[in-house]
Design a protein around this ligand. Structure first.
Ligand code: CTP
Ligand code: CA
Length: 227
């Protein structure tokens, strides 16, 4: 039985959504991060809540207000984001990894501010890889319907499909971030939504409208496959 795509489509279902950048400390006053504003993830949280879902937003540092009806958990690092997500997985029906998670962190965070005087040469920062939150969720014991994003500057389709496959995702939203003014830290976006057997192009639109379209695309597949 198919459910109608009414505003209350997601009544009784829980979404966990990651959003924003992560921040990886170098020393007590410095960090590695990226230009993610969090706007897309927050728009998704708002759209899912508007469609009746319980929404838990696991957010890196942003300047954004929490959307109405959304429960927000603030984190800084990728490891903190993973921990927060894992604690919410018990009752999670849909997971959307929208955060721009730092792929690497500093191997050993300096306990005091790094001083120029104490270094003859510029310091060499040693990096280690962060856990892949999306991949861990998708390969957990009882995985939710897992949706990822792919930010690419080249070979959009091939790279997105490889991520869909490698991370065992139900859907991936592929963004071409090579175009100036779109995607990262912008108000509008364009994207292609891929699943194993479908492809849906979304033209340039506001992140609000794109979020509604993505939540709708998830509903279509989620309810077609589970009922
Ligand atoms: N992601 C994640 N944890 C990470 C890295 C990425 O959860 N440590 C998620 C992002 O939230 C996004 C998806 O994985 O939904 C793809 O992120 P992206 O940076 O495009 O892909 P990577 O697998 O990190 O590959 P690369 O950066 O090399 O393109
Ligand atoms: Ca990455």
């Amino acid at each position: 039985e198919k459910q109608p795509k009414t505003p209350q489509t997601w009544q009784g279902k829980t979404f966990v959504i990651t959003a924003g950048p992560t921040r990886e400390a170098i020393d007590p006053v410095r960090y590695i991060s990226n230009h993610s504003s969090g706007k897309m993830g927050y728009a998704l949280a708002e759209a899912a809540a508007h469609a009746g879902a319980n929404v838990i937003l696991v957010s890196g540092p942003t300047q954004l207000a929490t959307p109405a009806g959304v429960q927000r958990i603030d984190v800084e690092t990728a490891e903190q984001m993973l921990n927060a997500v894992q604690q919410q997985l018990q009752q999670c029906d849909v997971f959307i990894g929208c955060a721009a998670v730092s792929d690497y962190r500093i191997a050993e965070i300096a306990s005091q501010k790094i001083k120029k005087e104490q270094n003859d040469e510029p310091p060499q920062l040693k990096l280690v890889q962060n856990p892949d939150i999306l991949q861990q969720v998708a390969s957990s014991e009882k995985p939710p319907f897992t949706v990822g994003f792919a930010a690419e500057t080249e070979n959009l389709k091939a790279n997105a499909l490889r991520k869909l496959e490698r991370k065992q995702l139900k859907m991936i939203v592929a963004n071409d971030v090579s175009q100036t003014g779109l995607g990262f830290n912008s108000d509008s976006n364009n994207a292609i939504i891929f699943s194993q057997d479908s492809e849906q192009s979304l033209p340039t639109m506001s992140k609000h409208d794109m979020a509604v379209a993505i939540i709708d695309a998830i509903a279509k597949r989620y309810f077609d496959n589970t009922t």
